[in-house]
Design a protein around this ligand. Structure first.
Ligand code: ADP
Length: 441
């Protein structure tokens, strides 16, 4: 940063109008280009000293919002190694005088430090620091009634600070005050800007999330309507056939069975939707009681035995449990297993196998449903337990009901029981879904 050098480098006895203006304009340049606070204070101190041909002085500033002062800049006082002022007494005594300037709200000169009562401390401190100083001038650093600190300049030879010199110092004090306030305001504005930017970023993210949610809802509605209409096709077709032509009784029975099975599928779909809606509205009610978990698993297997047979898939269950009864919700355990077994059968081609296994792993009841089915690609695993997640590209072995809710419900139930659900899978080889429910030892 450019420093202020007095022309000729000599002490100016007094400042004439033209030189004052020249200095002032250079001070304004210096203050407005000193972005850093330290550099700004140094520039202000130089601006106070150099035009008056002085070399010793200090700027004192208020610490935050308190009345206490601290040294902002100092020149001409010997400095010890490490930057600590060698004459702390001098600066402390200077602080006392700075407080007087702040209280008086005006510039004042002390032509003879040894004789002025409130300057004796500074004089003594200078003497004991080996400095000969005779006179001093002080000016508040202020913006209107708001005092931010004060500037002290001292002179070795005795000196009367003239009215124009005091006026000049006052201007420097005011300029420094305005610049400090301006910089503070600028910092505030920058901080606000940063806050606004952060808010804007958060808002952008929220908007993106909402957009995604909206798209997800649209996708879900498409999917739901599509899935709901699927079973309607056989219902209409067989009903029309029955209405239109006379079929032999066994044909009629077959058509009615097809209608019934399509209606069942629709019913299952609607039940899953209702279950999901209930979950979202009111959470899940769990009924913890002494539950025979083996019986719950056998019940689940039993309910899917017929479908497994129809699909040509072997369904078997095995338990390694020594104890069968635990305090948990047996009905929900049955529902979790049913969802997994249903999937196992759905996604396993003919002559494959679905096996359910129960065992104890530490404090957990561990239930796994393993199939030799189509498997899941690694990139499809994240989000598998999210609502309406259907792997469209999956090579589903046979036409089937798909709503993308089974795994979601299984996860929500497992979590409500304090447990978790996970999967390991290999595309084309099969999958193993494992549910862990803490039941104690
Ligand atoms: P749904 O089976 O009704 O579509 P789920 O939530 O039960 O819904 O399953 C989500 C998706 O995960 C299924 O659409 C399917 O692509 C895949 N998936 C689930 N279980 C298996 C499995 N055992 N083997 C292969 N893919 C599976």
């Amino acid at each position: 940063m450019a420093r202020l050098i007095a022309r000729g480098g000599t002490a100016a006895a007094d400042l004439d109008a033209a030189r004052s203006l020249e200095f002032l304009s250079r001070i304004v340049d210096l203050l407005s280009t000193s972005a850093e606070r330290r550099a700004l204070l140094d520039a202000a101190l130089d601006a106070s000293l150099v035009p008056l041909g002085l070399s010793k002085g200090a700027v004192f500033l208020r610490k935050g919002a308190t009345d206490a002062l601290e040294v902002g800049a100092a020149r001409g006082f010997p400095v010890a190694r490490g930057g600590a002022a060698a004459a702390p007494g001098v600066l402390e005594a200077g602080m006392g005088l700075a407080n007087v300037a702040i209280r008086r709200k005006g510039a004042f000169a002390i032509p003879d430090l040894s004789r002025e009562a409130h300057a004796k401390e500074l004089h003594g401190a200078c003497l004991s620091a080996g400095l000969t100083v005779s006179s001093a001038a002080l000016v508040p650093v202020a913006v209107g009634p708001r005092a931010l600190g004060a500037i002290l300049v001292v002179s070795e030879p005795p000196r009367d600070f003239t009215a124009s010199e005091r006026g000049f110092l006052k201007l420097v004090g005011a300029l420094l005050g305005w610049t400090l306030v301006g910089q503070g305001a600028l910092r505030d504005v920058e901080a606000r800007n940063e806050e606004l930017k952060t808010l804007a970023r958060a808002l952008d993210q929220r908007t993106a999330e909402l957009k995604e949610l909206d798209q997800y809802k649209t996708r879900s509605i498409h999917l739901i309507t599509h899935e709901m209409r699927k079973p309607l096709t056989p219902i209409f077709t067989y009903a029309d056939m029955l209405l239109g032509l006379d079929f032999p009784p066994e044909k009629q029975r077959h058509f009615l069975e097809q209608i019934r099975s399509a209606a069942d599928e629709m019913n299952q779909y609607v039940s899953e939707m209702i279950e999901t809606a209930k979950l979202e509205e009111g959470g899940i009610q769990m009924l913890f009681e002494d539950a025979d978990v083996v019986a719950a698993a056998e019940g689940a297997v039993g309910r899917w035995r017929k479908e497994a047979q129809t699909a040509g898939v072997t369904l078997e269950a095995h338990s390694d449990l020594v104890r069968r009864v635990y305090t948990t919700d047996g009905v929900k355990i049955g529902e979790i297993l049913e969802n997994l077994i249903e999937n196992g059968i759905k996604y396993t081609p003919e002559s494959g196998k679905v096996s359910v296994n129960l065992r104890k792993n530490g404090p957990d009841l561990e239930m796994s449903v393993k199939d030799t089915g189509i498997g899941i690609a690694p990139e499809d695993l994240p989000g598998l337990f999210q609502k309406f997640n259907i792997i469209k590209k999956a090579a589903v072995p046979r036409p089937t009901h798909r709503a993308g809710l089974g795994l979601y419900l299984a996860r929500v139930y497992a979590e409500a029981l304090g447990g978790s659900i996970g999967v390991t899978s290999e595309l084309g080889k099969g999958s193993t879904f494992t549910v862990r429910i803490p039941v104690g030892t």
